[in-house]
Design a protein around this ligand. Sequence first.
Ligand code: UT7
Length: 326
Amino acid sequence: MSLTRSVVLGCGSYLPEKVVTNDDLSKIVETSNEWIVQRTGIRERHIAEEGEFTSHLALKAAEAALADAGVEAETIDLIIMATSTPDNTFPATAVAVQNGLGITTGVAFDLQAVCSGFIFAMTTADAYLRAGLAKRALVIGAETFSRILDWTDRATCVLFGDGAGAVVLDAQEEPGDVKTDRGILSCHLRSDGSHKQKLYVDGGPSSTQTTGHLRMEGKEVFKHAVGMVTDVIHDAFEATGLTPEDLTWFVPHQANRRIIDASAKKLGIAPEKCVVTVERHGNTSAASIPLALDAARKAGQIKQGDLVMLEAMGGGFTWGSVLLRW
Ligand code: UT7
């Protein structure tokens, strides 16, 4: 029986021009290139200039995704923007992107699930498309985490960066066979608020009337990350009957090289199937997966028909997986 699937038509990304290396950071906090590379795999990150907002990065990524997909902006009737660093408390940064693209119809809203934001946004867009609530979606992950970092805290400020990525999803009829269908094949999301104090921002409109700074118990996050992501990936394999051997590419959230390597090893995913870009942009939270997807596409890696597993874990805790065929 044929099914409506959310098929990726194209992707795009944008990184701010300014690059900050580990050596640059060693001039402002007590750290070293050696420590950062060894513990995280990160070598450099991009930082937005003053006056360059999340919406500006997102708009550039969105325009690139539309061009890659070969579709006009006015054909988009759903924009979901995953971000924890919106331009303003409201309106949603998604409407700034919508306006920038010259779209005045359809629906645009923000979604907040920190580093899992892109997975949550893809899942939400997929539900809209499969339910017939929209026909073509722009799913964006965009962040300016540099604005919420405590630049005196070496345990966190070396880890994050700014950037944006986007994909265009189109509702298409597919034969209904997970072994050959294009599009999103399964989505699995989880949240557990009992961990909310392990990775959070110590401010907000309702509590302190300030933006606040990111605080993290890094070791605690690390301890849970591998188990959580492997759980939701097992869920995807169980739901579809597909296996790690069937995967063409594994595109994980780019937080820490050690988490990526350990997850792939535990799942039996070969290292050459892992897309790793964390060394070039650090942890860009909701932007990291679409940035990695776009890098892999530009490098000629991901091609039509490839089976791709996306996963993320982050503040909340939130975590999830999306399995799709490109
Ligand atoms: O996107 C999802 C959210 N985030 C994550 O996934 C991050 C998860 N956590 C991690 O990636 C790792 O826990 C970190 C990279 C944050 C830290 O690595 P770790 O191996 O867990 O190190 P640690 O926190 O146990 O710190 C080890 C030592 C400490 O010194 P002592 O107490 O052993 O003397 C830290 O003070 O390293 C010290 N340290 C640093 N040294 C140099 C912490 N930050 C730095 C630094 N430079 N930037």
